[in-house]
Ligand binder design. Structure first.
Ligand SMILES: [Zn+2]
Length: 185
């Protein structure tokens, strides 16, 4: 049986997208699936339409990474923000920058049936969740799946992508979006 590979990239915004490289990647691997965590405040509507592809899963990350806007959201505000981007085809998920999530957002996600991405070092109690180890640009191997996560601003992005493609050629994994592997508690 093929082993699953879950690929995700943090901090997608217009100008920090490497989009031509991803388009090539998708041509080379027709079954490719990648989850992108998007900084929505730095994206135009046209850009969000461009990056919404059958092989991409877009997920709300934050408005602006450095203003810590998400920390002050009430539960209702969080719901509003999360739902706003559904019209651009976003997945029903959320990942807080630096895994700094609040109880209000956790409640909002549970009530909206959104999954939350965190790290094993920052456990959460959400109904639907996924833990990613923050190790940029390295394929991490687990008994029942492999995972790759990187930041688009990684200065070694392209070198890491070459290694990832090589891994895909050699192992012929079954690509999965995070939404397809989330755990339920
Ligand atoms: Zn981030």
């Amino acid at each position: 049986m093929k082993k699953s590979l879950v690929i995700s990239y943090d901090d997608l915004w217009e100008g920090n997208d490497h989009w031509e490289e991803f388009e090539k990647f998708a041509q080379e691997f027709p079954d490719l699936k990648i989850t992108f965590f998007v900084i929505v405040g730095k994206c135009t509507n046209e850009f969000l339409e461009k990056v919404n592809q059958p092989w991409s899963e877009l997920v709300y990350h934050c408005w602006s990474h450095h203003r810590k806007d998400w920390l002050s959201w009430s539960k209702e505000e969080a719901k509003e923000k999360l739902l706003e981007y559904q019209k651009y085809g976003f997945g029903k998920g959320f990942k807080a920058p630096h895994f700094r999530i609040t109880d209000e957002i956790c409640k909002a996600c549970d009530e909206l049936d959104f999954w939350v991405c965190s790290s094993p070092t920052v456990p959460i109690k959400n109904k639907k969740y996924w833990y990613t180890y923050p190790k940029d640009g390295i394929v991490l191997k687990y008994p029942d799946y492999d995972e790759y996560n990187d930041h688009l601003q990684n200065k070694n992005f392209s070198e890491c992508l070459v290694i990832l493609k090589q891994f895909c050629s050699n192992n012929k994994p079954e690509f999965k979006f995070i939404s397809e592997v989330i755990k339920i508690q």
